[in-house]
Design a protein around this ligand. Structure first.
Ligand code: FMN
Length: 299
């Protein structure tokens, strides 16, 4: 079996996760391992302007140039693909990889296992990836999303500290560390063992069930609520900024408005809307909520 493991990571967090997952698999299979880069388009830590400026093209999955990738094989049977969420979407380097002709040629028809390292909103990024992967005649057989388990509003603050300073430590000495916990990163070796076992016994169809049976993967209802509505709004803003922002001054102006919208939506509107929904509507929506979760978790 020809296996390609490929991922993008700015901070090295996803690289750590991929290493944990791959370590048991490498004992049984040879893997072509690639960490691809963005041709120096994005720097880490981020400047505030560059950070928000990448939103429209990311959300609308506009392809960007990547650094050349050196593949060992002409064709792959299995791809272990690691990516992250950016603005409730597949990160731009990763959506560009899935649209790259060379990558598509070498992986056409392959099986995919997706590995996600996000703050806590991975669902839309996963659906973006699924669309592009399936368009290339491929099939996802397993999905392993890892998240920061702190409360949504806490991680929304600490992720900014991390991406704008580059420091993965306790902000002001009082906030929890940003990102995925060391414990969860180390636990991902278990997923590698499961993958290895399912590949050796040719039981790939039950891989996702075995991953979920570990009881570590869940989609909190409020996250699902925000992802659904937030993505629609982000698409509107992204189209508006690209349409109106042909000249740089106008683009910056609309990006500034989007930034205000984002902070107001995140810290003011969404807590109010979520509280009302929880009290008034959610009791009647529990069945459809769990159906939606099931569709995503079992894809
Ligand atoms: C530009 C940008 C936007 C991001 N947007 C989201 C998001 O919408 N949802 C989320 O869960 N995480 C988001 N994150 C966090 C990333 O998914 C990721 O966990 C983190 O940046 C670690 O980076 P790495 O995987 O490149 O090492 C964002 C990060 C960046 C840099």
């Amino acid at each position: 079996m020809k296996i390609l493991s490929i991922h993008y990571s700015q901070t090295g967090q996803l690289t750590q996760i991929m290493e944990q997952i791959l370590s048991p698999i490498k004992k049984c299979f040879t893997i072509d391992e690639v960490r691809f880069t963005d041709n120096d388009a994005y720097t880490f830590p981020w400047g505030k302007k560059n950070f928000f400026d990448t939103m429209p093209e990311t959300v609308l999955m506009k392809k960007m140039p990547l650094s050349p990738i050196h593949y060992q094989e002409e064709k792959y049977d299995l791809v272990i693909f690691g990516f992250q969420s950016w603005f409730l979407s597949l990160s731009r380097p990763c959506s560009s990889l899935l649209q790259d002709d060379e990558f598509k040629k070498r992986t056409r028809g392959a099986k995919f296992i997706t590995v996600i390292g996000a703050r806590n909103m991975w669902v839309n990024a996963f659906l973006d990836s699924k669309k592009l992967i399936e368009e290339n005649g491929c099939k996802i057989i397993g999905n392993i999303p890892l998240v920061d388990r702190n409360a949504n509003y806490i991680s929304a603050i600490t992720i900014q500290y991390w991406v704008f300073t580059g420091k993965k430590d306790k902000m002001w000495g009082i906030f929890p560390k940003p990102g995925i916990s060391e414990e969860d990163i180390l636990f991902s070796t278990k997923y590698g063992e499961i993958i290895c076992e399912k590949l050796l016994s040719k039981q790939e169809n039950s891989l996702q069930k075995a991953i979920l049976d570990e009881n570590k993967i869940n989609i909190p209802w409020d996250v699902l609520f925000i992802e659904k509505r937030g993505k629609k709004m982000f698409r509107l803003w992204a189209s508006l900024i690209l349409n109106k922002g042909k000249n740089p001054f106008k683009r910056n102006f609309f990006l500034f408005l989007y930034r205000i919208y984002l902070y107001v939506a995140l810290f003011t509107i969404s807590p109010i809307v979520i509280s009302i929904y929880a009290l008034v509507f959610r009791p009647f929506m529990l069945k459809s909520e769990s159906q939606k979760k099931n569709v995503i978790l079992h894809f």
